[in-house]
Design a protein around this ligand. Structure first.
Ligand code: ZN
Length: 354
């Protein structure tokens, strides 16, 4: 028996039928200049039934790397065989995006404003629109982020691993570190969870910059997650990603003194307890204070700005045990040399990526 046809989907009052692909502008409020604002959404309705996945970026307006990830995902040739529906929302916080800011004009953080209401603050209204027009119409979601400004993150998934559906998506993404992150009040993840929509967060790179490693790992990750959900055909030769390192807790190592930081570990480095992560000195080099790791772990985030005040978060470290497995997983993700080249070749061979 032939597969039944997929169902059409209505977003922003516009019907997208099986086999159709449409860009829909969800109207928001005007700017104070009278210029109308909208949230641009692309809906791709596959010919065959399947999950309804949203992939969104720019909840924090300055975290622009996900915009490029989504642009590349939308070019995947395999989308021609899409099962189910993909809703791509490259810029959720359009106000923050044009202002190069994490926040909304009302200085609220959109990712603390979910689920929002239609009568609330600007952030609350935007959150509400996104929930009603996108999240509530989906069965799964992927939310793309980067580190905050002046910080950079090693590619990682944050997810509530106590939910089996979420946990499966998290592992399928294929990045080496998965952090079991508790749900933060007002976050998209929490609000979606309450609607029964499993959502994982991909964190990689830095605000206001494109980081090629993070972008490629993100594109591959979304494609892998979609394959795992049976939305895309299986890739023929892509090696199965290593099982990720699951981390249950992480800690920020804070500056013990103000000064100028010289960091001695890069992102993704494995560190031992008491390892010297960096040295903070005064500008004359007269007084030097070492920064040490409180635990065995992996550096999954760090500051990019060498000028620090006492108390600033310098290194974000996930606690992990089993150093052998950790080293193998990290090496598999980033070969020592010509890593960028290796990744390019892998992508070029991938039938999913044009
Ligand atoms: Zn973010």
């Amino acid at each position: 028996m032939a597969d039944p046809l997929a169902e059409e989907i209505v977003v922003g009052g516009i019907t997208v039928k099986p086999g159709e692909r449409r860009i829909i502008d969800l109207p928001i409020t005007d700017l104070s200049t009278h210029t109308p604002m909208s949230m641009p959404v692309q809906v791709i309705c596959g010919r065959k039934p399947g999950p309804r996945l949203f992939v969104c970026a720019g909840l924090h307006g300055d975290e622009i790397s996900g915009v490029e990830i989504i642009r590349r995902v939308l070019k995947l040739r395999a989308l021609r065989s899409l099962r189910g529906t993909l809703i791509a929302v490259p810029i959720v916080n359009v106000f923050g995006f044009i202002a190069l800011s994490r926040y909304l004009p009302d200085r609220r953080d959109l990712n603390r404003s979910f689920p929002g209401t239609s009568q609330g603050s600007l952030a609350s209204r935007l959150a509400n629109l996104f929930i009603e027009e996108v999240v509530a119409k989906c069965t799964h979601g992927i939310d793309l982020h980067t580190a905050a400004v002046h910080r950079v993150n090693y590619p990682q998934i944050r997810a509530n691993l106590d939910d089996p559906k979420v946990s499966e998506m998290a592992s399928s993404f294929g990045v080496p570190v998965v952090i079991n992150a508790s749900l933060r009040a007002g976050s998209l993840r929490q609000a979606a969870g309450q609607l029964g929509v499993p959502v994982i967060v991909y964190e990689a790179g830095e605000a206001l910059r494109f980081d090629e490693l993070s972008i490629r790992a993100g594109v591959k990750g979304v494609a892998r997650a979609m394959r795992a959900l049976n939305m895309l055909p299986a890739g023929k030769q892509s090696p199965r990603p290593m099982d990720p390192i699951i981390a249950r807790s992480s800690t920020w190592v804070r500056a013990p003194a103000s000064g100028v930081l010289r960091a001695s570990f890069e992102l993704g480095a494995q560190v031992r307890q008491d390892a010297v992560l960096g040295v903070i000195s005064d500008p004359f080099g007269e007084r030097e204070v070492t920064v040490t790791s409180p635990t065995d772990g992996i550096v999954i985030g760090r500051t990019n700005l060498p000028l620090v005040y006492e108390g600033d978060g310098l290194f974000h470290i996930v606690r992990v045990e089993g150093t052998q497995v950790v080293a193998e997983t990290l090496d598999a993700f980033i070969p020592e040399e010509d890593y960028a080249e290796g990744l390019t070749a892998e992508l070029a061979d991938d039938p999913l990526l044009s």
